[in-house]
Write a new protein. Structure first.
Length: 516
């Protein structure tokens, strides 16, 4: 259980920067021309400073936490796997070797335990978000997702939660259904012309168009274009920067000034995204002025009354951009792995198609909510292929905390990696198997460790919208293509579907070809 303990953290600075600091210090001492003792003093100071660093590291209270020895000294190994898109696998293997509580860097611990999940992610938790989330956005932008201020988050969430609640979304379902139906039509066209369709591409276009229309009042028309637009390419470029942004935040601050094409193109993408969002918000403001009594509904319509919402147009723009980033790739990734997993398991596919065949025409989301096997398939996909599979970092409160026999000092970063929680064999027997039937008898522990949308007061505000899209897209796809199968055309194979995680998880081949 969790006990609060009073203990000061003696976590030393990350050793990666020590070399630079020592070098700078020695240079200053050696350039002291006022005394001939400068080199000697520098050498002695370096000796004692080195001893202090070693001493502090060796007496660090986290040394009692199981984990690789290298994690005591540096986060380089952890960051290496992060930049390779393999961080969830690395941490998962550490759990297999060292147990449910493992040290993964000098000041970070990951816990794979149901009780820890409840305590860390519960409503009114004492474990706040860390500065990691501020590094995911540029400049001084503060959004509901990126803020580390609980009060700001609470106020902003209360404003934004109602329009995207399950009940409020009901009047937007027709718009969502229209885009899903058009997606199925476009997939069918590509199968006819190409012999197979890249569903990863089409699900991404669909999800981006839907969240764009619901946020800004107009679709990005990606489904109509049938190929990446400038906006989607800019989003992809910004997303690819996230591992670098969180690993080297100082470098990112000066990236725009460095003569490197990667940083310059990312900076240009950021400017274009901001400009497009500004223009979209302004168009909707004009629409509201022209149609004050009957405006086209969006997730932000009520927010434009600044006197009531307290949100400026720039606030709405920033939150809408966050919705688009969070609501496009995540849904597309889940749908891609869902279709892939169902097609790779013929008995699951047969059972799903049979359940869907009982539906009346036209298919409605209201009917889909009552289909047990469909919803179990969605839940099982979210277990195995969570869009954000790594541990979302939280800070241990100043008074410290204790999990089992391990004491964590205040200020330490702690995370609960969903990739490992969702594969705990004590909770999910045969964890790597895609088995929707396991959710027919859901246990409390299964619910407690399921974090596809996060947990507590920070749970994803868009989870109800995501489930509507998942239900409609899955049902309409397998009603149209009941005998769908994974294609081998154009060299498509299972290696294309190996998961890589650069903040969001995605197929390493960036495609998934399906034949109808």
């Amino acid at each position: 259980m969790l006990n609060l303990v009073v203990e000061k953290s003696s976590i030393s600075n990350i050793p990666v920067v020590i070399g630079s600091l020592l070098g700078l210090y020695i240079l200053v001492r050696l350039t002291n021309t006022q005394t001939l003792k400068g080199p000697i003093e520098a050498g002695l100071d370096l000796h004692f400073l080195h001893k202090k660093i070693v001493f502090d590291t060796l007496r660090n209270p986290l040394n009692r936490i199981p984990g690789p020895r290298v994690a005591r000294w540096t986060n380089l190994v952890h960051d290496y796997y992060l930049l390779k898109g393999q961080q969830p696998y690395y941490v998962h293997n550490l759990h297999k070797k060292y147990g449910p509580i493992v040290r993964i860097s000098p000041d970070r611990v990951d816990i794979c335990d149901a009780y820890a999940v409840r305590e860390i992610h519960k409503t009114h938790t004492k474990f706040p978000k860390t500065a990691f989330y501020r590094q995911l956005v540029s400049g001084n932008i503060h959004t509901m997702f990126s803020t580390t201020d609980p009060q700001f988050h609470g106020v902003r969430r209360r404003l934004l939660a109602s329009p995207i609640s399950d009940s409020s979304l009901s009047h937007l379902v027709p718009q969502i259904s229209n885009r899903v139906e058009y997606t199925i039509q476009r997939i069918a066209e590509e199968i006819n012309n190409r012999g197979a369709a890249d569903i990863f591409k089409w699900w991404l276009f669909m999800a981006t168009d839907i969240i764009g229309e619901l946020s800004f009042g107009e679709s990005f028309k990606m489904l109509e274009a049938g190929k990446p637009t400038q906006y989607s390419m800019d989003l992809a470029r910004i997303s690819s920067l996230q591992p670098v942004r969180t690993t080297f935040p100082t470098l990112i601050k000066f990236g725009a000034y460095l003569p490197l094409p990667f940083f310059k193109s990312a900076a240009a993408s950021g400017k274009r995204i901001g400009m497009y969002a500004h223009q979209s918000v302004q168009r909707y403001v004009n629409h509201l002025a022209e149609n004050p009594e009957n405006p086209k509904p969006t997730l932000f319509t009520k927010m434009f009354d600044m006197e009531k919402s307290g949100m400026s147009q720039s606030d709405i723009r920033d939150e809408a951009q966050g919705y688009i980033v969070a609501g496009s790739d995540t849904t597309a990734i889940t749908l891609t792995y869902l279709v892939y997993s169902v097609c790779k398991n013929p008995e699951v596919q047969t059972k799903l198609v049979e359940e869907l065949s009982q539906l009346p025409e036209p298919v409605s989301d209201r009917d889909l909510r009552d289909l047990p096997y469909l919803n179990n398939i969605i839940t099982e996909t979210l277990r195995l292929h969570t869009a954000v599979p790594f541990g979302l970092p939280r800070a241990v409160p100043p008074e410290g905390a204790q999990f089992n026999e391990h004491v964590l000092p205040g200020g330490v970063t702690v995370s609960t990696q969903s990739y490992s929680l969702h594969r705990d064999p004590k909770i999910f027997p045969d964890p790597e198997r895609f088995k929707p039937e396991r959710w027919e008898n859901t246990t409390k522990e299964m619910k407690d460790v399921s974090l596809p949308f996060g947990g507590g007061s920070r749970i994803c505000i868009g989870m109800h919208l995501a489930r509507i899209e998942l239900r409609l897209a899955t049902a309409l796809f397998f009603r149209r293509f009941p005998e769908a199968l994974v294609s081998t055309k154009e060299g498509m194979n299972d290696d294309d579907m190996i998961m890589k995680c650069f903040f969001l998880m995605a197929p390493s081949g960036h495609r998934c070809l399906i034949e109808g």
